[in-house]
Design a protein around this ligand. Structure first.
Ligand code: NAD
Length: 276
């Protein structure tokens, strides 16, 4: 695979581009993940709540690839916050995936009103010291949650996976991550494929480079230093989304995309999101 690694803050290497499987039903996940692995992806992003850890695990097993050549991320769901519940949820995820370790385990949402993310993270630290996960991190954490977590626990999260795309550039979070040594991972990197890929400035840059708008947006992320996990179940798009390591955007292109920020979320506000 020609995807370069990001070196996480504990020295573990994570491919900078991976494949996300949100909204892929379990019975389709095996084929979709198999297509991604055949296309050169070596990082898969799933979560307990996606309900497709089994299909994902089957594709990994069937690929014949050595386990240490695939980077697997999963996430603890909101209903399993708390020290003991998190340890049990981790065992359940591992069993569904059919693995004996995961590469990266994330707290899916901070749920600040429940005040449980510190205890949840302490269970993550236990899993990390027991070598059942190669790295631990968080998702959807706002700066105030990261500050508290780093004050009250000992392992700095390796990653914060947050909604990030040209309409929501997350400058404050990215600056704090850089200060703390946390890698920024972008979810919905393509803005869920909605209006973003038709924005005239992006279409124009795509024409200039003879690429697609999706490829231009992914290149923008990569050149910013973000980890990206675009999702598609269409084989041609799965291949298109990883064919982004043989061209680059120039400063003018990057500036034009940076001018598109609107601080507009597609997903929930992490300060309030509390779905069981
Ligand atoms: P995305 O930005 O990756 O967009 C996916 C959609 O864009 C596809 O369904 C398709 O409609 C379109 N698309 C994909 N490739 C395309 C192409 N080449 N050309 C045109 N259209 C294309 O959105 P996403 O699925 O929301 O996010 C990616 C991954 O991020 C998810 O699968 C999941 O793994 C992760 N995620 C995490 C969280 C979280 O809370 N941590 C939340 C949402 C998503």
């Amino acid at each position: 695979s020609n995807v370069p690694p990001i070196i996480l803050n504990n020295g573990v290497e994570m491919p900078q581009l991976g494949y996300g499987v949100w909204q892929v039903p379990d019975d389709e996940a095996e084929r979709a993940v198999a297509t991604a692995l055949e296309s050169g992806y070596r990082s898969i992003d799933t979560a307990a709540i996606y309900g497709n850890e089994e299909g994902t695990g089957k594709a990994i097993a069937a690929s014949g690839l050595p386990r240490d050549e695939i980077f697997v991320t999963t996430k603890v769901w909101n209903s399993d916050h708390g020290y003991d519940a998190t340890l049990r949820a981790f065992d359940a995820s591992l069993a569904k995936l059919g693995l004996d370790y995961v590469d990266l385990y994330l707290i899916h949402w901070p749920l600040p009103s429940r005040d449980t993310y510190v205890d949840t993270y302490k269970a993550f630290e236990k899993l990390y010291s027991d070598k059942r996960v190669r790295a631990i991190g968080v998702s959807n954490f706002l700066p105030e949650h990261l500050r508290r977590l780093t004050q009250e626990t000992s392992v700095i999260p390796a990653v914060n996976q947050i909604e990030l795309h040209p309409h929501l550039q997350q400058r404050e979070s990215r600056a704090l991550h850089a200060e703390l040594g946390i890698a920024t991972e972008a979810w919905s990197p393509l803005g869920q494929g909605k209006g973003l890929l038709e924005v005239p400035a992006i279409v124009a840059i795509a024409r200039k480079h003879n690429r697609t708008p999706a490829q231009v947006v992914l290149r923008w992320h990569l050149q910013l230093g973000n980890i990206v996990i675009p999702k598609s179940v269409t084989p041609s798009r799965i291949k298109e989304n990883i064919a982004v390591f043989d061209f680059s955007l120039d400063d003018e292109d990057l500036a034009a995309i940076s001018a598109l920020n609107e601080d507009r979320r597609l997903g929930p506000d992490p300060a309030a999101f509390d779905m069981a």
